[in-house]
Design a protein around this ligand. Structure first.
Ligand code: WQD
Length: 344
């Protein structure tokens, strides 16, 4: 009997790649998504990649009764991977209440319903933003949690606390918190990838849209930081490698191998790469010249952050393996495929 996993936000960028890897690992997947930042044809594309069509329910996780109904309809859900959230740093500054209501309310609904439906555990999509600008690099899970730079980052911090307090209260559930760094790239089939609504906020989708001519020029937000080339440094991690970390976490949870009821892991490569280095790597990997300009800093940007992934490597038994070159080629192939399909 295949173990059934609920994936909220499963038609989104990281969610859809994770559904593919869960199916590849033999799990049965139920997707919940309100399609506010993705489209239902992602379900078709997941089926094209794996040959298995996941169950899909169009639903907002803020809809308690609707959520309750999904747990009842798909009896025996063993665990949840919770991606569904609003995630644009800049937008969260403009619309804080939307972010607090959506990102906190959705999690609270799920945590309330888990014991009622015998759901054992939750893998939570957290973020390196909880660290702010770390005092020491690479950053470990023991680094102090600093005051968030945005309401988005604050919702991630509060979500982690909500989970810890719920488990500490004696609720019969376990949790694994995965703190992502910067997910980039697309599935090797170019059938899945990042498809932001409107003008991309994140670096790589804006970069590939510039390379294909949708955007006129990429703006590099600042080259006066205290880094070797002056541009910000990040830990860019391949989205498929990131998806595989979730499968490993689910396996650990369901095999009851957790050392503690709540575990935290940095999911990064451990390599810091600057914005300008990434641009140069893209040009080398694809042969495509990029039109970019240096402009002023973007408010709220962290200067430099990259992971110490040793705990995930040793305890979780997971390691990022895809090169930056291959990852950027996958992002470019995805952009070309979108053009071919007439989507962008
Ligand atoms: C990366 C670097 C920019 C765009 C955020 C969230 C994180 C996660 C990913 C959701 C920065 C520079 C960017 C551009 C640029 N969110 N940049 N020109 O801000 O590191 O992380 O998004 O999953 O939790 O915090 O990602 O891609 O926006 O920026 O120069 O057009 O690229 O200044 O240095 P960020 P990003």
């Amino acid at each position: 009997m295949k173990e059934r996993i609920l994936v909220t936000g499963g038609t989104g960028y990281i969610g859809s790649h994770t559904v593919v890897e869960l199916q590849n690992a033999g799990y049965e997947v139920v997707i919940i998504d309100n399609l506010s930042n993705s489209s239902a044809d992602v379900v078709d594309n997941i089926e094209k990649v794996t040959g298995i069509r996941p169950a899909f329910e169009k639903l907002d996780c803020l809809d308690y009764d609707g959520l309750d109904g999904v747990f009842a309809k798909y009896a025996g859900i063993k665990a949840i991977i919770h991606f569904a959230a609003s995630k644009a740093v800049g937008e969260s500054v403009q619309k804080p209440l939307l972010y607090y209501r959506n990102n906190l309310g959705s999690l609270i609904n799920l945590l309330e319903l888990m014991p009622k439906h015998g759901v054992e555990g939750i893998v939570f999509s957290s973020s390196c933003t909880v660290y702010g600008q770390p005092d020491q690099l690479p950053v470990t899970e023991e680094a102090p949690i600093k005051k968030a730079e945005s309401p988005y980052g604050n919702t991630k911090q509060i979500n982690e606390e909500i989970i810890r307090d719920t488990v500490a209260s004696g609720a019969p559930i376990r949790a694994i918190l995965l703190r992502y760094f910067n997910p980039i790239g697309a599935h090797p089939t170019a059938l899945l990838g990042e498809l932001p609504n409107g003008v991309p906020q994140n670096l790589v989708p804006y970069l590939t849209q510039t390379a294909i001519g949708i955007r006129e020029k990429l703006s590099v937000f600042g080259d006066d930081y205290d880094t070797p080339d002056g541009s910000c440094i990040r830990d860019f991690i391949n989205v498929v490698d990131l998806a595989k970390a979730h499968v490993v976490a689910i396996g650990r949870m369901l095999a009851d191998k957790q050392d503690e009821k709540v575990e935290v892991f940095n999911i990064g490569t451990g390599n810091g790469v600057s914005v300008l280095e990434l641009i140069n790597t893209f040009e080398k990997a694809t042969g495509v010249k990029l039109n970019y300009q240096i402009v002023g800093r973007r408010a709220g940007d962290i200067e430099k952050v990259w992971a110490n992934p040793e705990r995930a490597n040793k305890v979780l038994g997971w390691k990022a393996g895809t090169s930056l070159e291959d990852t950027l080629r996958s992002a470019w192939n995805w952009q070309l495929k979108l053009r071919e399909r007439g989507i962008q």
